[in-house]
Design a protein around this ligand. Structure first.
Ligand SMILES: C[S@@+](CC[C@H](N)C(=O)[O-])C[C@H]1O[C@@H](n2cnc3c(N)ncnc32)[C@H](O)[C@@H]1O
Length: 403
């Protein structure tokens, strides 16, 4: 018997909507039903809007995506929708919204009000009404972990609960960051674009190299693509409406059974020794729940002469246990070069970096993320690789090279 369905809205980086749908659909068969067995619900119809995707699903299925999906920034569940062009109508509708069935009495909540082209335009007054309606049940305050979104568009209103808490790109492992860290959801998007035509079996023979590893975002997003976010205090885990099976310890254990592993080996380099230490700390945090993950790491300037001997560098590093033993294996590069404003790279270096990368690694696949502006006016060298430029989100993009 199917349970009641709710409308979910996943906030995603603008431009990544189609990839977010793809990720949701790929993951759907792996979601568990309340009996902790693979769910048998058909794929939902997914709608996309600029910066989001929405669909209807049972509560347990929709919320479960928090653990697995790497592209969404936030997951909202619609609690009520109604028409109101007078304040008394808004008040009545909020009173009937049954928010008390979702949240424990006394929960601290923060209202996020957005009123576009609604007759009740005044956001301050709307907040006063919501506060008056809910203050006997909840503690309405600023900066509460539990956000409640009250939005109007042309007098049509929606009341939605944020299931996520901290934005989802803040992975639980990223305790230490560098000067110009990359948002994890964007790294995950780049990795998805880079690998979408590659069978899993082929990926296991790949050594993935990031020559500008920073705090490790690119390598960790690649490594953890199929791993759940654990030990995260998602808001929905405190809701009384949340199906109990999502809070059981067996839940993630059962889920993991059908998930594939990651690429064969990982290797990262950075010219800044502090960043290598940072990545090592992040790796240690990850190893508490993915003990088998290991990275080769070394301090190395990108412009150093000669071909990179990945295996030698890895052996010299105590964290290199999983690093390449055999240079004949495929080398791929996935990186976020220092093109941005904060770490200026002279134009001439930007022009030459790709050629140098190809010569020094003989990588068979290269993916890199860049701020959109950084490549303006730059011609990539006509090496023996074909370069595809693909912008996928506002102000930034992802490029690929293949022989
Ligand atoms: C944009 S950051 C990478 C950020 C990384 N994706 C993250 O999320 O932490 C670029 C990194 O390149 C490093 N870097 C800058 N110039 C370099 C060079 N010539 N050789 C190697 N690394 C360099 C910086 O130390 C910095 O950690």
């Amino acid at each position: 018997m199917s349970l009641k369905k709710f409308e979910f809205f996943f906030v995603v980086a603008p431009g990544t909507e189609a990839l977010a749908v793809q990720e949701l659909e790929e993951n759907w068969p792996f979601l568990l039903g309340s009996d902790l067995r693979p769910n048998v619900e058909p794929l939902p119809q997914v709608q996309t809007v600029f910066g989001g995707i929405s669909f209807e699903a049972e509560l347990g299925l929709g919320l479960q995506n928090h653990f697995w999906l790497k592209l969404p920034v936030r997951i909202l569940v619609r609690v009520a929708s109604f028409f109101a062009d007078e304040f008394f109508q808004l008040e009545n509708a909020l009173q009937n919204s049954n928010l008390q069935d979702w949240l424990e009495k006394g929960t601290e909540v923060e209202f996020k009000i957005e009123s576009q082209r609604s007759k009740l335009g005044q956001e301050k007054r709307i907040l006063e009404v919501a506060t008056a309606v809910f203050s006997s049940q909840f503690k309405v305050c600023e900066s509460a972990a539990q956000k409640v979104y009250l939005r109007a568009s042309e007098n049509q209103w929606t009341l939605s609960l944020d299931g996520s808490g901290e934005p989802l790109y803040k992975r639980n492992w990223a305790v230490n960051k560098g000067e110009a860290p990359l948002r994890e959801n964007l790294a995950a998007t780049g990795w998805r674009l880079l690998t979408r035509d590659v069978p899993v079996a082929e990926m296991q023979n790949v050594t993935l190299y990031d020559p500008f590893v920073g705090s490790g975002t690119c390598l960790f997003e690649a490594a953890l693509q199929n791993q759940p976010q654990q030990q995260r205090e998602f808001s929905f885990l405190r809701w009384k409406a949340t199906p109990g099976f999502l809070k059981l310890p067996q839940f993630l254990k059962n889920s993991k059974v059908r998930r594939a592993g990651f690429v064969g080996r990982f290797f990262g380099a950075d010219s800044d020794a502090e960043m290598i230490k940072t990545t090592q700390k992040n790796l240690k945090a990850i190893q508490t729940w993915v003990p088998e993950l290991s990275l080769g790491l070394t301090v190395r300037d990108f412009w150093s002469d000669g071909k990179i001997r990945l295996n030698e560098a890895a052996v010299a590093n105590p964290h290199g246990a999983n690093s390449p033993q055999n240079e004949a294996e495929k080398i791929w590069v996935f990186t976020n070069p220092p093109f941005g404003q904060r770490i200026p790279w002279r134009q001439v270096q930007r022009q030459k970096w790709l050629q140098h990368l190809v010569q020094s690694t003989e990588a068979t696949r290269i993916g890199f993320l860049y701020p959109q502006k950084s490549l303006e006016g730059i011609e990539f060298p006509r090496i023996t690789y074909c370069f595809q430029r693909q912008n996928f989100f506002m102000g930034a993009g992802c490029g690929f090279c293949r022989p």
